[in-house]
Ligand binder design. Structure first.
Ligand code: AQP
Length: 334
């Protein structure tokens, strides 16, 4: 049985990495690289499940790589590469397409959300995306996967696929069942315009999110315009139940100040939301301004970024090929 702890996670290069990606995933990526072996992937093949302009995609792969580095990922500690450069991801995805069940995929809520009302027009890739995600993880026999809460269902599917593979091919414990690592306090950062929707790169309004590249002025404007509440801040968390936008702002503030939501609420009870917004703007600028500046700096040297991906690809390929050899054997391929 493979007992070695190994972390794998990915981010789609679909532009505009935001505070949700940062608090839900990237921050966790950085702290994990201190304790475990980590593989972080720019999942470009996931991005093309929805049409991407080729020039934008190319730039977004580099920008996502720059964002990894700017938030603190260290290529000497973690393997950083782009998915399409290791062909084992697509080979294993095909094998897992044959293990995964249509009924399982039919339950995936993200497909329903992303495909919209006319599902017949969604790409086949978007539908089988969770099988490719399972392949990403299982190709390295990863044991832990840091993700935001929106990816929990896909992680559960990866576990089901791993379990079925192990059973079908009579190889108990061949694939470890990957554990999700979801941040406890803020697993889902919500849109600044609609507190019932998650903050997302592809949301049309740029005012719905704080991008990692936003400057202080932009952050200030976005928080000022963020939806909150006309009442003052209540004394108890329960009173925020039907006020998702207000709860979202307070939760972001609590996460960025490392203080519990209860503490933040008791500190601010009775004050107007404009008071919270001023303080929130300040902490977001403190946290993200250095990141944004570093991204801009790194983007000036594209060959440096490409070289990081190339070196990461070489390392990832060694693990992937070794595991694939065993996977092919298990299923009887010559
Ligand atoms: N709003 C969020 N709150 C917490 N975590 C989030 N993540 C994404 N949005 C939030 C986490 O960030 C990681 C990378 O996500 P992704 O870019 O690969 O895919 P996504 O979940 O589909 O993110 P977006 O922003 O919604 O992208 P688009 O609009 O392109 O689909 C994941 O771990 C995710 O959980």
């Amino acid at each position: 049985m493979n007992k070695k702890k190994l972390v794998f996670s990915g981010v789609q290069p679909t532009g505009n990495l935001h505070l949700g990606n940062y608090l839900g995933a990237l921050k966790n990526f950085v702290s994990l690289q201190k304790e475990m072996e980590c593989i972080y992937c720019v999942v470009d093949l996931h991005a093309i499940t929805v049409f991407q302009d080729p020039n934008h995609l190319h730039n977004n792969v580099l920008e996502t790589t720059a964002s990894f580095l700017a938030t603190g990922l260290d290529p000497n500690k973690s393997i950083i590469f782009n998915q399409s450069s290791v062909s084992g991801h697509t080979e294993l995805a095909w094998i897992l397409n044959c293990v995964s069940r249509i009924g399982w995929l039919n339950r995936m809520t993200q497909f329903k959300d992303k495909a919209g009302s006319d599902k017949e027009k969604a790409s086949v890739g978007l539908y089988i995306y969770p099988n490719l995600m399972a392949a990403d993880i299982l190709l390295y026999k990863a044991t832990h996967v840091p993700v935001g809460a929106d990816q929990k269902q896909h992680l559960e599917l990866s576990r089901d696929i791993a379990q079925k593979f192990n059973k079908d091919f009579n190889c108990k414990d061949f694939f470890p069942l990957p554990e999700p690592l979801i941040p406890k306090n803020i697993s889902r950062v919500m849109s600044l315009r609609d507190g019932t929707k998650k903050m997302s790169k592809s949301e049309e309004s740029d005012y719905s999110r704080i991008n990692l590249k936003d400057n202080a002025d932009e952050i200030n404007k976005k928080i000022k315009k963020a939806k909150s509440d006309s009442d003052s801040i209540p004394e108890e968390k329960q009173l925020l139940e039907n006020k998702p936008e207000a709860l979202n702002l307070l939760t972001i503030y609590s996460e960025l100040t490392n203080s519990s939501l209860d503490n933040v609420i008791s500190e601010m009870a009775g004050k107007e939301y404009s008071f919270l917004k001023t303080k929130l703007t300040e902490v977001i600028i403190n946290e993200l301004s250095p990141v944004g500046k570093e991204i801009q700096k790194l983007l000036k040297d594209k060959s440096y970024l490409k070289n990081i991906l190339k070196k990461g690809t070489e390392k990832a390929n060694i693990i992937a090929e070794e595991n694939l050899k065993n996977i092919r054997e298990k299923i009887g391929l010559i």
